[in-house]
Design a protein around this ligand. Structure first.
Ligand code: COA
Length: 262
């Protein structure tokens, strides 16, 4: 049983690697509002932590990475509430995860269904253990894949696999998911975390700023966050000039700035 005092998402740090674990195994790590909120606040914490160089996202229990959005929480929501406080807020959090500065590795140590697959899609790399299944069952419940299953997932995986899951209800096993590009690596059951730590260690060996900028550029190429990437990179470059210090000093001293163009 879930313990109400336990956080819905556990945070651990192993050297420079942050590990986020969905911690509601008795409900197959279904994502309720508390879990979505916890993921959002962990993103803010990870963004600001310069000691974190890579992130691993996984689920507790071995049966499900996540069986998706918490279906029980849907009843009683008006359509407007469903849109405003479930889909929209979920989107904001999944966007924040996909746009984290640090590379993210998802360890699918159990099934990734619906919102669970949409959550896996935010990662830069997906490792599936051989027993897992992936699918988008939403239309069978009378709803759509609303946490970017028809958008980011299509951008990242291509429309073909998404159509098969979302329109025809196909559920793919790990090996088929690998062939379709839904996951990047398949390992034996129980070996996902070790493989993720091995890959995360590789990330940590490389130059942090170059890695961060490269991730931003790839995201921009994918249409993930083009505007923010352009302005962030240009802003960083402008901030590296002596002119910024001069502009700020001139403002503080109430004088005209003497820009040098350096
Ligand atoms: N939301 C809320 N609760 C969920 C859930 C979800 N998405 N998925 C599973 N659970 C709960 C079950 O209600 C059950 O709770 P209970 O023990 O209190 O009854 C528990 O997790 C275990 O699930 P159960 O269905 O008994 O396991 P199973 O092995 O028979 O079936 C699945 C596994 C994944 C096939 C089945 O749970 C399922 O179809 N889940 C829904 C998947 C889905 O449609 N996700 C899309 C939502 S975006």
């Amino acid at each position: 049983m879930s313990d109400a005092s336990e956080p819905p998402v556990r945070f651990e740090q192993d050297g420079a690697i942050a590990i986020l674990t969905l911690a509601r195994p008795d409900k197959l790590n279904a994502l309720d509002e508390a879990a979505v909120e916890a993921l959002g606040s962990l993103c803010r914490r990870i963004e600001r932590d310069e000691t974190i160089r890579a992130v691993i996202l996984t689920g507790e229990g071995g049966k499900a990475f996540s069986a998706g959005g918490d279906i029980g929480g849907w009843s009683g929501k008006t359509p407007l509430e469903f849109g405003r406080f479930w889909l929209r807020e979920g989107h904001a959090v999944f966007d924040a995860l996909a746009r984290l500065r640090q590379p993210v590795i998802a360890v699918l140590n159990g099934h990734a269904l619906g919102g669970g697959l949409e959550l896996a899609a935010v990662a830069d790399l997906r490792i599936a253990e051989s027993h897992v299944k992936l699918g988008l069952p939403e239309a069978g419940l009378g709803i759509i894949p609303g946490w970017s299953g028809t958008q980011r997932a299509v951008r990242r995986f291509g429309a073909l696999a998404i159509r098969r899951m979302a329109l025809f209800g196909e559920v793919f096993e790990a090996q088929a998911a690998l062939e379709l590009g839904l996951v990047d690596v398949v390992v034996a059951t129980g070996e996902g975390m070790a493989e993720a730590k091995r890959l995360a260690a590789k990330v940590c060996e490389r130059a942090p700023v170059a890695t961060e900028l490269t991730k931003m550029l790839i995201n921009a190429a994918e249409g993930e966050e083009r505007e923010r990437v352009l302005e962030t990179m240009a802003g960083m470059f402008a901030a590296s000039t002596e002119d910024l210090a001069e502009g700020v000093a001139a403002f503080r001293d109430k004088r005209r700035p003497g820009f040098t163009g350096r």
